[in-house]
Write a protein that binds this ligand. Sequence first.
Ligand code: ADP
Ligand code: F6P
Length: 470
Amino acid sequence: MSRLIVISNRVSVPKAAGAAGAQGGLAVALNSALREHRGIWFGWSGQETEEFTGHLNMQRINDVTTATIDLEPQDIDEYYNGYANRTLWPLFHYRIDLTEYDRNFGEGYERVNARFADSVHPLIEPDDLVWVHDYHLLPLGSMLRQKGVKNRMGLFLHTPWPPARLLVSLPFHERLVGSMLEYDVIGFQTREWLGSFLHYVEKEMGLTVNEDGTIEYDGRQIVARAFPIGIDYKEFVEGAESDEAQEAYDHLKASVRGRKMLIGVDRLDYSKGLGERFESFGRFLGDYPDLASKVVLLQIAPPSRGDVASYQQIREDLERKTGHINGAHADVAFVPIRYVNRGYPRRQLAGFYRAADIGLVTPLRDGMNLVAKEYVAAQNPEAPGVLILSQFAGAALQLTDALLVNPHSIDEVSEAIKRALDMPLSERRQRHEKLLASVRDEDVVFWRDAFVKALFGEATNGNSLREEVA
Ligand code: ADP
Ligand code: F6P
């Protein structure tokens, strides 16, 4: 069996099941995927060094070998905080109002990608499959090719891919996308993002997209496909049945004292629609005063990318909104929004999800959204809660039995909360059964196997990818 060389910006060293949870879909999914596959996970340690040396810190924990490098402060500024999170992240989430174009960011991005290529190159053996992840490392494959790497290489993008009309606002967009075409397989979370990518390469680059969805480029055929990521269902359900989860459940249930509870769990990111979510909950409290003292929203939002100004602003904005809504609706012994800025061990999180009558997952734009899937997996099938899900999350294409909402419409989300609270048990069960089947059958193992199969160059199931995109 070929080894898998996984490369991503951040490497999260696998933790014991009960340890404080990794935050971010990529880290959680790759931890699970690598445990079953021999190989190496390479990336940035998250640490700073005064001068870049390329020194590899190798570790082996829980059957996963990790190799990490430290980066210089200027690298972190220009590459991670800069091009990745001030240019590509907002652009890929359709926020050109927040997108910053700075020549130094572009240079830092290329420099760090070249440093990644220099450092990982000696680890790659002839039969290895190379699997690169996310928007931080789009040109890495082409840099490895320049070093003579002939291995099969794939890229999986965890975020949305923007419509061509937005992407063309990025200076040097053709160069960036051109560099991606050195991969053999390019994977997206959904058919929607795949469709935007194929549209761009046809219209802006004049390339041919074949009936089977492959792209003709430089005498090669590149596979571009949707591979929706899933959760580690087995591990998550085991965790949800653990003593830690039960304790977390009991503790939270006791603290809400018979009230209905809504839960949100998101990195503190403007793409997650937290401001709109709080306003919707505030609208619900105002529209249904009889229910106002009978519901609680628990929002868990660990800080993320705190060196970037737009993230500092969203944090301030949410603190203001929470204060405002709580000020208007709290009582001496009751606060409607519990807003918590910290991470929790995954088993505790599972207990919290199970204790919640409603999962409120309302991003304005999201590549997939694993929290929606975790909420479904954690429910008691006999008395499940209701998932309210943004139509703009990639997960909405699979989880069609959730209450799908437009997160920009405060009234629509408020009404969905009312509908979820009123929903009869039989309907909750019917919906949950279908949601659970999707979360269980299209889990992280399914995702990994589909991608690795494509990376091996094995034929797909014969469906016309063109049809899938349509
Ligand atoms: P993103 O990748 O944009 O962060 P996802 O919803 O796809 O969004 O993935 C988020 C992951 O991070 C989920 O697995 C979730 O459980 C985890 N997570 C988010 N917040 C916390 C938290 N406070 N404590 C522990 N894990 C968290
Ligand atoms: O899933 C999107 C993503 O950007 C991942 O690439 C990343 O690991 C996660 O969100 C968390 O972001 P960060 O690594 O910047 O904390």
